[in-house]
Write a protein that binds this ligand. Structure first.
Ligand code: NAD
Length: 260
């Protein structure tokens, strides 16, 4: 079968695949967890917010879809280790989507040392813990898996009021590139999905309904993104359609980065 025939024959079916999604309680992680579950994957959905995980589980149950949930604060190494030691992952991890993250919309000089540390510990250390556990699990079970980290358009361009957040996302992208090189001989792939402006709890803090509309007008595609706009790219990065892609960062932003 040549590549074109492969693509035509490809059905995105993740039956039998174990997929871990962090930050699955809300926004982009939630939409991606639902996307994988609807494509047959065995999903372990995790978040610091257990109540939101229960809501996700209930919503999918209405479609007769089961999803495993486990609360975990990604900035605490032991909690991440416990997450990956879950018996649900006894056969290993095929896909990680690491979406847990946060930001503060504050000028650099007004960002406190505590806020700085929280951003570093959640966004950067959390990524380190989750990726280390995932790679160990993939190695242990000899799985040619796919790791997808939700970074940000901010890793590719500066934004006022986001200096520390932006630096964590740039560091995450660098970490992913180095790791991609290191694990490529094991056929483990590591890619980033870098969203632009997406309508989630994270962006709601900085955007009123009116500012969302005006932000949308500044985006070539004419609107800000919805979490569901990220799902297709995540499925693609997890599937064999992207088999030869590693160390990449896909900016999914409706063309926002092209505007100055
Ligand atoms: N919304 C945007 O415009 C946008 C743009 C670029 C990148 N991103 C990135 O997308 C990812 C998802 O964010 P979102 O927009 O869906 O926001 P969101 O707030 O809707 O979702 C983030 C989730 O992460 C969870 N979380 C936060 N800290 C955690 C921790 N310590 N441990 C475990 N879970 C934790 C939250 O409880 C929440 O459910 C983040 O990494 C964010 O940086 C978002």
């Amino acid at each position: 079968m040549n590549n074109r025939q492969k693509v035509e024959a490809m059905e995105l079916d993740f039956t039998g695949k174990s997929v871990v999604v962090t930050g699955a309680g809300s926004g982009i992680g939630r939409a991606i967890a639902i996307g994988f579950a609807r494509k047959g994957a065995s999903v372990l959905a995790s978040d610091i917010n257990e109540a939101n995980l229960l809501l996700l589980q209930q919503e999918l149950a209405l479609e007769q879809i089961k999803v495993e949930i486990k609360a975990c604060n990604v900035s605490v190494q032991q909690e991440v280790a416990d997450l990956f030691n879950s018996s649900f992952l006894d056969r290993g991890v095929d896909v990680l989507v690491h979406s847990a993250g946060l930001t503060y919309f504050k000028k650099f000089t007004e960002t406190s040392a505590d806020e700085y540390r929280t951003l570093i510990e959640t966004n950067l250390s959390g990524t380190y813990y989750c990726l280390q556990e995932t790679v160990s699990k993939m190695k242990q079970h000899q799985i040619a898996g796919s790791i997808i980290v939700i970074s940000s358009i901010n890793a590719h361009r500066p934004l006022p009021g986001q200096a520390v957040y932006t630096s964590t996302k740039a560091a995450i992208e660098s970490l992913c590139q180095s790791l991609a090189v290191e694990v490529a001989p094991l056929q483990i792939r590591v890619n980033c999905l870098a969203p632009g402006a997406v309508n989630t709890n994270l962006s709601k803090v900085a955007m009123t309904e009116e500012s969302k509309l005006s932000a949308g007008r500044n985006i070539p595609y004419g609107r800000i993104g919805e979490p569901e706009d990220m799902v297709g790219t995540a499925l693609f990065l997890a599937s064999s359609l992207s088999e030869y892609m590693t160390g990449a960062s896909l900016i999914i932003d409706g063309g926002l980065i092209l505007k100055r």
